[in-house]
Design a protein around this ligand. Structure first.
Ligand code: GTP
Ligand code: MG
Length: 297
């Protein structure tokens, strides 16, 4: 048999906030490289994850959920997701089977008009719904003409993910190995460390707080004894939020720091010393200079 040509390409994962896009990327890679939470709008930047299989290299792009954006930060997030549509070989449109369908269907009809790359409709969270609902949704989305394939799956359990990979591989063009085959992402470690701190803020704080925080790693140094010393600044929008993030007698910040440090240690396979500072920058989510400083430009 003649050798099959090497295939590779870029695949964007697109959907409404909370559909499970980041969970799916981590599941495909078999490692956690992007943060997730049960609150919408967790992901703020486009992030590449590299998946190698014999004969294939697939670069998956996790994107922020597409929503009606009000602040400049939110507009940046939606622009990030929309821009990825123009640069990829195919798209996975991830739909949450357990959430209400109207807004997801409207998004599908709006952005997949047939002029862009091929789209696979992936119906996520099938572990939360019964078979009848899955069939009904597949039929409903089948009325939109844009999709090449339909894959029910669960990013949480992994069911259906192999099927998804088969469909993705079928859409890949011949291409080079873009990245060495031993790296999972091109993200710098300091970005991932900052994101892990932000994830703990998303998971441990409530109401508007998660949407008002930014995390920047200001220093990242390996000491002679092998310990990695990281200091990060958590920025919030108001004084009252600073108090909540720090908590009574500093307990909240301590908990965020401890949970983040453990996870960063797992990631870096090293002992980590993590120092967190909290400061206030009034309404930074609408301030172009601050957004740029925090990496949202
Ligand atoms: N039961 C179940 N929960 C899931 C599944 N996939 C994701 N989740 C949960 O759904 C929530 C949202 O997951 P994320 O991966 O953060 O969603 P996202 O689409 O990246 O969200 P944004 O970044 O906010 O756009 C988290 O609580 C996940 O644990 C699934 O297949 N089954
Ligand atoms: Mg996400």
């Amino acid at each position: 048999m003649p050798d099959q040509p090497f295939r590779s390409g870029f695949i964007a994962i697109i959907g409404r906030p909370n559909a499970g896009k980041s969970t799916l990327l981590n599941r495909i890679l078999g490692e956690k490289i992007v943060i997730t939470s049960d609150k919408p709008q967790t992901t703020r930047n486009r992030v590449q994850g590299i998946h190698n299989m014999p004969g294939y290299q697939i670069i998956f792009i996790d994107t922020p959920g597409i929503h009606a954006a009000k602040s400049r930060l939110n507009r940046y997030m939606v622009d990030e997701a929309m821009a990825s549509l123009k640069e990829v070989d195919a798209v996975i449109f991830l739909v949450d089977a357990a959430a209400s369908q109207e807004s997801q269907e409207a998004l599908g009809a709006e952005i997949f008009d047939g002029s862009g790359p091929p789209v696979i409709l992936a119906l996520n969270k099938t572990d939360l719904v019964d078979e009848e609902r899955i069939l009904r949704l597949l039929e409903r989305f089948g009325r939109l003409p844009a999709f090449r394939a339909y894959v029910p799956l669960s990013a949480a359990t992994g069911a259906g993910v192999d099927r998804l990979m088969t469909e993705v591989c079928a859409l890949l063009p011949e291409g080079p190995r873009y990245f060495p085959d031993d790296i999972l992402t091109d993200l710098p470690e300091r970005f991932i460390a900052a994101e892990i701190v932000r994830e703990k803020l998303f998971r441990l704080t409530h109401e508007e707080i998660p949407y008002s925080v930014a995390v920047v790693v200001e220093s990242f140094k390996e000491r002679e004894n092998g310990v990695i010393a990281i200091s990060a600044v958590v920025t919030v929008e108001r004084d009252s939020q600073k108090g909540i993030v720090i908590g009574r007698r500093g307990e909240m910040l301590k908990r965020i720091g401890t949970e983040a440090r453990r996870e960063i240690e797992d990631l870096l396979q090293a002992k980590v010393f993590l120092e967190l500072f909290v400061r206030v920058r009034k309404n930074w989510t609408d301030n172009p200079t601050m957004l740029k400083e925090f990496g949202y430009q």
